[in-house]
Design a protein around this ligand. Structure first.
Ligand SMILES: NC(=O)c1ccc[n+]([C@@H]2O[C@H](COP(=O)([O-])OP(=O)(O)OC[C@H]3O[C@@H](n4cnc5c(N)ncnc54)[C@H](OP(=O)(O)O)[C@@H]3O)[C@@H](O)[C@H]2O)c1
Length: 282
């Protein structure tokens, strides 16, 4: 779903560029950094970027997973580097930057995908996992973006994908922290997109709904998984196409687009009331 352009005053304010930048949308031979590339949507995004000719920098904590994916991509002729990092660590983004852009690679595509959730009553939740969501989903994403985007601005070219979620469109009881981090991610992406568009840098917020990955196991959220699920490959294909054309928001399935549209017209208290009943742990 593309955000509506806003008009008013003397000159119209253009909130997305789209096809005007078509000549600069070629990913072939460009370096793409994918966080959370060891599983799920991140691994699918890496494969999809390789399909578009990009060279890949894969990062996550599980080095065995990264090596397996790197091996698969290399057999298809893709150049791949691996940087192992734990994004709970506030110095990890700088470490990733030093090993890539700082070592002479021009990272033109930044995929801020790494993330986690936790399902259950907040009062009984593991505080370490609550805070890890804030660090990985928000703080590390901001740090990485702050490190890489100024170079893109200097080069007058770049693409940034930020993983939000359909959970970013309303509060979601029992994944309260997670939904709040995703609202942060989506608003950050939209604000930054408006700041850097005039420098040729495109920022896209990806808002998937339930998607096949390890997310539900990590989050102990099997109940959410039962409601219909999209493949990570489908999400990645639609996301990279949207990123390439500079679309600011992509919700990669119809029901998600419809719900995100609908909640604009309903009182937030009413929505939260019903979601609380539906999401309440048994
Ligand atoms: N699946 C869904 O239904 C869904 C829906 C909407 C949005 N999303 C978003 O999509 C993104 C990817 O999630 P997914 O569904 O693909 O889940 P996933 O299969 O669990 O993958 C999560 C990825 O994030 C990495 N990660 C987690 N904690 C990390 C840390 N401390 N340091 C570095 N990397 C870390 C994991 O790598 P290691 O464990 O190897 O470090 C893994 O590669 C997340 O931002 C999530 O919020 C998912």
């Amino acid at each position: 779903m593309m955000d509506a352009p806003v008009s008013g005053g003397a000159a119209p304010l253009i909130l997305y560029d789209g096809f005007a930048m078509a000549k600069t949308t070629d990913f072939n031979g460009k370096w793409a950094l994918v966080t959370g590339a060891s599983a799920g949507i991140g691994a699918a995004l890496a494969r999809e970027l390789a399909n578009h000719g990009a060279k890949l920098i894969l990062t996550a904590r599980r080095v065995d997973r990264l090596e397996t994916l790197a091996g698969e991509l290399r057999t298809r002729g893709t150049e791949v580097r691996i940087v192992v990092a734990d994004l709970n660590d506030p110095v990890a983004p700088q470490k990733i930057f030093d090993a890539t852009e700082g070592a002479g690679l021009s990272v033109d595509i930044l995929i801020n995908n790494a993330g986690l959730g936790q399902y259950g009553a907040f009062t009984q939740s593991e505080i370490a996992q609550e805070l890890s969501q804030v660090r990985v989903n928000c703080e590390a994403m901001v740090r990485l973006t702050r490190l890489f985007v100024p170079r893109m601005v200097e080069r007058r070219s770049g693409w940034v994908l930020i993983l939000a979620s359909t959970a970013s469109f309303q509060p979601v009881p029992y994944i309260s922290t997670y939904a709040a981090t995703k609202a942060f991610d989506r608003f950050f992406a939209l604000g930054l997109a408006a700041e850097v568009a005039r420098f040729g840098v495109k920022v896209t917020a990806l808002c998937p709904g339930p998607t096949e990955s390890e997310f539900f196991d990590v989050a102990h959220a099997g109940a959410f998984k039962r409601r219909g699920i999209q493949s990570a490959e489908d999400v990645a294909r639609l996301a990279i196409a949207a990123l390439k054309r500079g679309q600011r928001t992509i919700i990669p399935y119809f029901r998600g687009r419809f719900t995100a549209f609908l909640v604009r017209f309903l009182p937030v208290g009413l929505i939260t009331h019903y979601v609380e009943k539906e999401a309440r742990p048994a």
